[in-house]
Write a protein of this length. Structure first.
Lengths: 400, 270
């Protein structure tokens, strides 16, 4: 009985192992799969009757899309750096494209496979992050700004970045959870260059962010959606396109382009060095650049299109949305992030860590903890010595 | 000889997945993130994180103690029940662990947040909204809630095994119930208390999810810092140094706790 159970279980275990080995192997032979690594909530996925871009691509080309998401440029960068996984298409923002190029982590694109690149608007060609357009094709562009709930926030307080430091709304403010965007906000509020490498200025920004910390409810990325939609928080700073999606869920939300200026960004499609199927990856990029696909995709996303003719396939109301397509006077206040030198990036990372970890903790707590720990250690020592004494005494009795 | 062979697979497993990763952690902790050369910089910078280490230890120690206070009566009650009922109660204690701990923590968020279920109920009778989460108290609540079964399990096993004749003997010799508890039950359940405290403290001190969801911007724990170094900041070297320090800290704490039990003989006389 016992033996048969043992044999049976080992056979089962073996079968499981074999199955685990066999499944991916056999699937890979049948069809090409590409790993697309994109921001969360950053593609039309068939919700509410909008186009399902990945399904459409699979239907047209027979290439399977394995879609994975990240929540910030830095997370994506870390994942690429640590290796162990291969991605075929990634969607970094401008400054991150430049960083990846400078660290030789991208493959040059073969434009023969991307004929739809001809539709890219001239304004989005040869941009500072990739002057020769050798490595990247624009996916979207947009602005960052303040999202606020008109039910709770006084219009008189709206207009500048000061709103994120307004003590009236303490505990109801959401802040970016990545160093570049967060420091960008502080730099704009202080009137610094958003690409400053001056350490003193970065330190001042960090102090400003530390000052803001007690007012902040949470440092969030895509979790902002739910918190702002169900009014857990009243004020947040995020990307304009995402605001448009949030507004569908909660009409009380409004968007503000801060008067000091804001970040104007381009997110681009790139192929990292770890790519396994470059042709398929380029086919995917080509597909996303097709005006009808781009138009329907952005119709859902709310981000702005860099592709000529795409707006023809969009809801006219969306194509004229002043948040997605602000007027030239507003756009003039937009500043692009450039790649920072490695030391500046690292400085910013460590200052950001300081902002998030240090600070508001009270000294009383620290001394209290030290006190308690000391008491426990002393107690332990006393108990141990008492125990030893007892043992010794007992040993003495036994000897007698 | 044969017995040693039987533990072979586990030893290989441990070598591959515990010892080698530890060596890698050590390597990273002592190398520079940009150049990869030997450095003590990471270890030297640990001082900055002392307050966070202390906060993590403090919060998890507190949760372990609360778990003990809450869990001991539960374990004792289960151990006193009829054998058939015991299994059922034991199952009830274990039941929450069948659901992912991430989900259960998220459920607490939707209970406690300003627009959450509790505050909405309070709001309907004109109270609030109260600040129920985003403070250290909520983090402790999350820890106690998630790790309570780890306290009850070892306590129950130890209390169940206490020989009822010892208790009867104490009663015969004139102890009242409080004395029986103090002189017999408590000392005999000490090994359970220590392993319960360890099993709550160790996962609690390194947690990051609970503090991120239930804590405020000021209740960052050491687990959060380590996670951020590996996830977004791409500084595995600092992360490794922090993990190493945390490991040493945990080992010290566990060693101190184990000092309370020692060998079984002296426990009885304690």
């Amino acid at each position: 009985m016992n033996r048969s159970v043992r044999i049976l279980s080992s056979v089962l275990l073996l079968a499981c192992l074999l199955l685990a080995l066999a499944v991916p192997g056999s699937a890979a032979k049948e069809q090409v799969t590409i790993n697309v690594y994109n921001w969360g909530q950053y593609i039309s996925d068939g919700t509410d009757g909008y186009i399902d871009v990945n399904a459409e691509f699979e239907k047209e080309t027979g290439i399977k899309v394995n879609y994975i998401t990240y929540d910030s440029n830095e997370t994506m960068y870390t994942k690429l750096k640590t290796g162990g996984s291969s991605y075929d298409v990634i969607v970094p923002s401008d400054y991150m494209v430049a960083r990846l190029i400078s660290e030789d982590m991208l493959l040059p694109l073969n434009y023969d496979n991307i004929p739809n690149a001809q539709y890219i608007m001239p304004a989005y060609r040869g941009m500072a992050h990739d002057p020769k357009d050798a490595y990247s094709v624009p996916y979207t562009w947009g602005c960052t700004g303040i999202i606020y709930n008109t039910k709770y926030v006084d219009e008189a307080d709206v207009g500048s970045w000061d709103l994120l430091w307004n003590e009236k709304y303490s505990g109801k403010i959401l802040m970016f959870d990545n160093p570049r965007d967060a420091f960008g906000v502080a730099e704009l509020r202080l009137g610094y260059d958003v690409n400053t490498t001056n350490e003193q200025e970065l330190r001042t920004c960090a102090d400003l962010l530390k000052q803001q910390k007690p007012l902040v409810q949470n440092y969030f990325m895509d979790q902002m959606y739910s918190a702002l939609e169900h009014e857990e928080a009243w004020i947040g700073v995020y990307y304009a396109g995402d605001f448009i999606q949030m507004q569908w869920e909660n009409e009380a939300l409004a968007f503000c382009f801060p008067e000091e200026g804001f970040n104007l960004f381009v997110d681009a499609l790139c192929i990292p060095k770890s790519c396994q199927n470059k042709d398929a990856a380029e086919a995917y990029i080509n597909f996303l650049c097709r005006p009808d696909i781009c138009g329907q995709n952005m119709d859902y996303l709310g981000y702005s299109v860099p592709i000529q003719g795409a707006t023809d396939y969009m809801d006219p109301e969306m194509a004229a949305n002043p948040v997605a397509y602000p007027d030239d006077a507003t756009l003039a206040r937009g500043y692009a992030f450039l790649n920072l030198p490695a030391e500046t990036s690292q400085k910013m990372d460590s200052l950001w860590l300081e902002v998030k970890t240090g600070g508001s903790g009270s000294r009383v707590l620290i001394f209290g903890v030290i006190g308690v720990v000391l008491v426990i250690v002393i107690l332990a020592l006393v108990l141990i010595s008492r125990k030893k004494k007892l043992k010794k005494r007992r040993a003495m009795y036994q000897n007698k | 000889m044969k017995r040693q062979l039987l533990s072979g697979p586990y030893l290989i497993w441990m070598g591959l997945f515990t010892v080698i990763p530890l060596v890698i952690v050590l390597y990273y902790a002592f190398t520079d993130s940009l150049t990869g050369s030997f450095t003590l910089k990471n270890i030297a910078s640990l001082g900055t994180y002392l307050p966070i280490f202390l906060r993590s230890v403090w919060l998890s120690l507190l949760s372990a103690l609360i778990c003990l206070v809450v869990g001991y009566p539960v374990a004792w009650t289960i151990a006193q029940a009829k054998p058939g009922h015991q299994r059922f109660f034991y199952l009830l204690v274990m039941l929450p662990m069948c659901i992912s701990f991430l989900l259960r923590t998220l459920a607490w968020v939707s209970l406690l947040e300003d627009t959450g279920i509790i505050n909405r109920l309070l709001g309907s009778i004109g109270i609030g909204p109260l600040k129920l989460m985003r403070n250290n108290g909520a983090v402790i609540l999350g820890m106690v809630y998630n790790y309570l079964p780890y306290m009850i399990m070892p306590l129950y096993t130890v209390i169940m095994k206490i020989d009822p004749r010892l208790i009867e003997a104490a009663q015969d010799l004139g102890c009242d119930s409080a004395q029986v508890f103090r002189k017999v039950t408590l000392p005999l359940s000490l090994p359970g208390i220590v392993s319960g405290l360890t099993m709550v403290f160790v996962p609690a001190v390194s947690t990051f999810y609970i503090s991120q969801k239930l804590g405020g911007t000021g209740s960052t724990l050491i687990g959060d810092v380590i996670e951020s170094q590996f996830k977004a900041a791409y500084n595995p070297n600092l992360g490794a140094a922090l993990s190493l320090a945390l490991m040493v800290l945990v080992l010290i704490c566990v060693a101190v706790m184990n000092r309370f039990t020692g060998d079984d003989e002296s426990v009885a006389t304690l």
